[in-house]
Design a protein around this ligand. Structure first.
Ligand code: SF4
Length: 235
């Protein structure tokens, strides 16, 4: 199933960022921004050919927004991040059930912080002037990052963070810092336990509430409607 434009965009931005961070692990220096833009454009131009576009999508405009975002990121965020690991796969074992959880944080820094990068078309919400994760899925990902860190370093992480690359008219990067509390970990483990039970019992149900549930983001939308009925939203 072909991905939608949002996935292609996110993957292309990752190419630019990762090209820089993979070499920065050794050199401690950022690449010139043009090299990051080249990597972004190459991925975008390849992937866009296999992308499922809707009539609202404007792939040319999106491509330009990505270039501006890479410039913004390179100027304001890259100099502050020194990676130790880039997209390292961390397997997390849990005592009480049979499945491992695979977590792939975008970055672990030399200060042992975890950072995930996300692209978004809107700024994350604020609560009392503090930015919060954009969605329930992003919140869960941060808690999963916490378990990954605990598994790798045998201690709690000092800081978990998502950097949102926001493609508003003036592209910007918004940082959300998050420190999971005990109740977040308990909630996550309960969700995980229910999912493990569902897998064991072959119970699969469509989650039409999820942020990526739409024809725009999910390549399985048509099949899902055919199997489960109902109506998947367009975007
Ligand atoms: S369309 Fe179906 S498979 Fe796709 S996200 Fe929605 S519920 Fe899940």
């Amino acid at each position: 199933m072909p991905p939608g434009l949002a996935l292609t965009f996110g993957k292309s931005i990752d190419s630019g960022l990762n090209l820089n961070y993979n070499q920065k692990k050794e050199t401690f220096k950022d690449l010139k921004v043009d090299l990051m833009i080249d990597a972004y454009e190459q991925t975008y131009d390849t992937e866009i050919k296999n992308t499922l576009l809707t009539e609202d999508d404007d792939p040319k405009k999106t491509r330009e927004q990505g270039i501006k975002l890479i410039k913004e990121y390179h100027k304001n965020i890259s100099p502050t991040v020194q990676p130790l690991q880039v997209q390292e796969k961390i397997e997390v074992d849990f005592e009480d059930f049979d499945y491992k959880l695979l977590v792939v944080p975008d970055l672990i820094t030399i200060e042992e912080n975890i950072i995930d990068n996300k692209t978004s078309s809107h700024s994350p919400p604020q609560e009392n002037g503090i930015y919060r994760p954009s969605s329930f899925e992003h919140y869960l990902q941060l808690v999963a990052d916490n378990f990954a860190f605990l598994s790798k370093y045998k201690k709690e992480s000092e800081n978990l963070r998502i950097d949102y690359l926001v493609k508003t008219k003036t592209p910007k990067v918004v940082t959300v810092n998050f420190k999971p509390q005990k109740e977040d970990n308990v909630f996550f483990l309960n969700i995980l336990g229910r999912i493990a039970d569902a897998i064991k019992n072959n119970i699969f149900y469509p989650n039409r509430n999820c942020m990526t549930c739409s024809y725009k983001f999910c390549g399985y939308a048509k099949l899902c409607e055919a199997q489960f009925g109902g109506k998947v939203k367009e975007k």
